[in-house]
Design a binder for this molecule. Sequence first.
Ligand SMILES: Nc1ncnc2c1ncn2[C@@H]1O[C@H](COP(=O)(O)OP(=O)(O)O)[C@@H](O)[C@H]1O
Ligand SMILES: [Mg+2]
Length: 506
Amino acid sequence: MASEIVLIITEQRNRQRITLPSGKAPYRFGRSPQCEFVLRRNNVGDRQFSLGYEGNFWFVRDDGSADGTWYNNRYIHAGESCRLQVGDSIGLNTNNDAATQEITFRVEEIRTAQGAGGLQRENDAPALLRELDVKKKKKILIGRGEDCDVTLTSDRVSRHHCEITYTDGHCEVRDLGSTNGTFVNGQRVHSAVLSNGAVINVPTQVFAFSNGVLHFHENKVGISVELADVFKTVKDRNTGKPLNIVDGSSLIIDPNSFVVFVGGSGTGKSSLLTCITGSAPCTAGSVCFDRIDTKGNRNAFDAVLGYVPQRDIMHDNLTVAQSLSFTAKLRIAHDATRGEIQSAVAHAIEAVDLTGHEKTMISNLSGGQKKRVSIAMELLASPRLLVLDEPTSGLSPDLDRSMMELCRRLSHNNCTVIMVTHNMDNINLCDKIAFLGRGGVLCYYGTPEKLNPYFDVELTSDIFEKLGKPDEVEYYRQKYYTTPEFNRVCMAYPEAAEEADKRCSK
Ligand SMILES: Nc1ncnc2c1ncn2[C@@H]1O[C@H](COP(=O)(O)OP(=O)(O)O)[C@@H](O)[C@H]1O
Ligand SMILES: [Mg+2]
């Protein structure tokens, strides 16, 4: 199958986009004039690395450089090759400071021909299910280090994070003094004997244990979020009676999708968001991440979650880079080197398009740029779910588009993104919209294209008016029950179907 890879090359402030067809691969990068891409820079090898295409996949391979080639957040060395996915980055040092990547090559897109048609955008690779037999291997080491049996490429993971051993007929997990912890069934542990069905969590990775075998999805993808019949009931401050501010929401958010929550003021958007983040958990129903109920597992999931609140919390008298470095030191594993911290900061700055502003004081940034710094702070922890509450409220309308574009890009970069917004101008950039009506009722969940026809309106703004009326809200709540999106929830969570039947028979 023919394929094309699109790379963004950044060198200091210069940026260039190149598209490489698979037909002419491999492409060599280095000082030698024989290379397809000649890089005459200090510390770059004659043959530094190459990009190849084999078996329908793109690979980066270090071709025997002296200093190694940086791949995402580690070095690969002579002869080592890694499969490339959208969002990956390759970096080279051209000075003697190991901490900075002077040239970066980021994989922007991979297009692969499908059948007779033209080139199509490839979806991010699905997760691969892996199995490790603990009984057979006796000891499995998990961590960021290259000597580990399971290497996790996140700065939140310690070099030697934990190990799983088999001795005297039982399997046991032992935390090796990690910074961010090892969790078994939601509890942080120093060591624990593993029983059948145990769920082990370390930052960015979940393992399931059964019959002496460790199962895990080797993934680089965002997590899925499943809401089944979620309620938030509070005591009404006026009447003292129970009041539902989130009223039976059920929906499935796919991994690596970008979903936007919209609705009039007071329709429970923020409340629904806090049910998902767990900062104010739901009072009934279930919120699952990757099909695991978050109830009782919150601590374990903290590591995968990034939350950007409406108000930015930052020190004005620091530069962008300083402020991110401070955050990085708090969030990244304590055994991270200065180099690892600096490159994490550099990658986060690049991800939010603030390259060139590293030395700018926070106080001199515009509102939109400050918001980007807040997002970069969350990205330092490599979240698999990023949640933003009205990131553009109070900012000028033209910033909305770039914020939506940023979120879309992040969602293609190993992260699921949920955003609350009140601005409908650029709504076509998201994958799905959840529209809430008065009383915290989910009235629509689906693609932007189907939104207006579903509500039978010409202008999206008319939906807000409709969903201010209780009888319309009830009508659309029940209409949602007839959609394929709701059906998907019912297949996985039958209790959602029961609740729907009850509602409809009223
Ligand atoms: N204790 C309470 N008594 C009465 N109403 C409440 C209480 N707590 C929250 N609410 C109401 O719940 C609604 C949902 O709030 P929120 O989630 O912030 O909405 P949004 O983010 O969509 O503007 C608001 O109308 C708020 O006034
Ligand atoms: Mg709100």
